[in-house]
Design a protein around this ligand. Structure first.
Ligand SMILES: C[S@@+](CC[C@H](N)C(=O)[O-])C[C@H]1O[C@@H](n2cnc3c(N)ncnc32)[C@H](O)[C@@H]1O
Length: 488
């Protein structure tokens, strides 16, 4: 290890920054955030420095830094980005015995600045010991996605309650187990979900029940999580976090292996998948199972395709939980209409085409199409139909019978957002026949409206049925143009 990472308390201490440009401004900003008093030696502050000059803890000194300025300073940044000017500051700092950081030179610096992920009071610092600040920044960006901003809130919450827990639980092992449970349990979930009052209440009841022997029972809970239409990149941070915490996962047919692989490895998996006309587990039994597992103290992940509240029966499942007083939270997901449309290059609304978009289900009872035609046949509107593939012919005929234009563009997006996505485009008059030839496997979305024509220009996602990941449009410049009516 070339450098020792330490967390330096600079609150109300003097930190000097010498320089006029962006690097000086960034250094000053960083130490101001940590509560320091900054003296900025800048003869001609540039725009980035100028915007800091009104900060109450920043003093602008419009001259060169001198030796006597260094007295009592905790450290100094030589941030001119000019070898000679920064060399001068370095020499002064060495004469005064004040640690110095020289911009762009780890070798001449007493300390270096890591890339900082600030989730105060949680702070993650990533340093490459000066070897590659860009690599450190890229790694920081990865951590950004792993550590949601709510973790900062959680760290602050825990900090404020440490004494209370220490007073009640004397035994260090019991304290550790209590905190582990709290950080992994409903208290943290409520806090991360933004409900601090409920988190405090939950915390108090857990602490009241806790003893040094930790003999009290853990309470179960349910996470109703939308997993999006298939591409794992479309999961939300919260979905991923809860997937990593489940003891049991109940998932359905729309959840692909690539998403299931992200669920905590130790979690018990229960496939409650519903195939069309072959329900493996009736809805009321799924709800009942959720209740029983949670009552048994389990953290239950109910993983659903798309969004749980859009044709997902998520509402029914949490009604059962609510009536039993079982804690739950709901994580929205990208619904199939939005995901499929985006990956097919079809904006669902567009100023020149559609001012509205309606989501409907084409899954009628006994093969009959039962839709609210008055709502569906409005002009300048897109209709996104879920669960309509098996009824496509009946649906399109019904649209035409009720007065829709036979030439109205239609897209059928099969396995949207996935590596094997297929898109068939046509019109109300001919789409059913084209789909027959395309060997679609489902699930599929039907999109009706003139927005479909925009795909000719806007298609960007190239699925690769051979298994490699879809590439972006730039790569497609050499590929054959996408023409309506083709299955790709
Ligand atoms: C029971 S609904 C569930 C919808 C889900 N809750 C949502 O918000 O997307 C199932 C229907 O969603 C659509 N669907 C889900 N995932 C899809 C995908 N990857 N590609 C195309 N359609 C999809 C299909 O119409 C399928 O029949």
């Amino acid at each position: 290890m070339d450098h020792l990472p330490v967390s330096f308390n600079v609150r109300d201490k003097r930190v000097l920054v010498a320089g006029d440009g962006t690097v000086a401004a960034r250094r000053a900003e960083m130490v101001l955030r940590a509560g320091a008093r900054v003296e900025l030696f800048a003869r001609r502050p540039g725009p980035d420095c100028e915007s800091l000059l009104t900060h109450p803890r920043l003093r602008h000194i419009p001259r060169e830094l001198a030796l006597e300025d260094l007295e009592g300073a905790v450290f100094v940044f030589a941030a001119h980005e000019d070898e000679q000017a920064d060399g001068r500051i370095e020499a002064l700092a060495r004469a005064a015995g004040v640690p110095v950081n020289v911009a762009n030179s780890a070798a001449r610096s007493d300390f270096i600045m890591p890339a900082i992920l600030d989730r105060s009071p949680l702070v993650v610092a990533i340093s490459s010991s000066g070897a590659s600040p860009i690599l450190a920044r890229i790694i920081k960006a990865r951590f950004e996605t792993l550590i949601p901003s709510a973790f900062g809130r959680l760290a602050g919450f825990i900090g404020s309650l440490r004494d209370e827990v220490a007073a009640r639980l004397k035994e260090p092992g019991a304290r550790r187990r209590f905190w582990e449970r709290t950080i992994e349990g409903p208290t943290a979930d409520l806090l991360m979900a933004g409900d601090e009052a409920a988190a405090r209440e939950e915390f108090r009841s857990e602490l009241a029940a806790a003893g040094d022997d930790n003999s009290h029972l853990r309470r179960g809970e349910v996470f109703l999580v939308g997993a999006g239409p298939g591409d794992p990149d479309l999961l939300t941070f919260r979905a991923l976090r809860l997937m990593q915490r489940a003891d049991v996962v109940l998932y359905d047919r729309l959840i692909g292996d690539r998403i299931l692989d992200l669920v905590r490895r130790e979690a018990v998996r229960i496939d409650v998948g519903k195939l069309p006309r072959k329900h493996t587990l009736p809805q009321h039994e799924i709800s009942q199972l959720l209740v029983e597992l949670a009552k048994d103290g389990k953290r239950v992940l109910r993983l659903k395709g798309g969004d749980p509240f859009i044709f997902g029966r998520g509402g029914e499942e949490i009604e059962a939980l609510a009536s039993e007083g079982i804690p739950f939270q709901v994580v929205p997901g990208i619904t199939a209409a939005a995901g499929c449309a985006a990956y097919a290059g079809i904006p669902l609304t567009h100023r020149d085409h559609a001012q509205a978009c309606v989501f409907v289900t084409g899954h009628g009872k006994d093969g009959r199409v039962e839709l609210d035609w008055k709502t569906l046949l409005q002009p300048r509107q897109t209709v996104a139909i879920y669960m309509g593939l098996s009824m496509l012919e009946a649906l399109t005929e019904a649209f035409i019978e009720r007065g829709a234009d036979r030439e109205m563009p239609v897209a059928v997006i099969d396995r949207g957002t996935r590596k094997d996505q297929k898109v068939v485009t046509g019109t109300l008059a001919d789409i059913a026949e084209k789909v027959l030839d395309a060997d679609l496997k489902g699930p599929a979305m039907i999109i009706i409206g003139t927005v479909v024509t925009l795909r000719e220009k806007l298609a960007w996602y190239l699925p690769e049925p051979s298994g490699a990941r879809g590439r972006l449009a730039q790569a497609a410049k050499t590929a054959p143009a996408v023409t309506p009516g083709e299955a790709e």
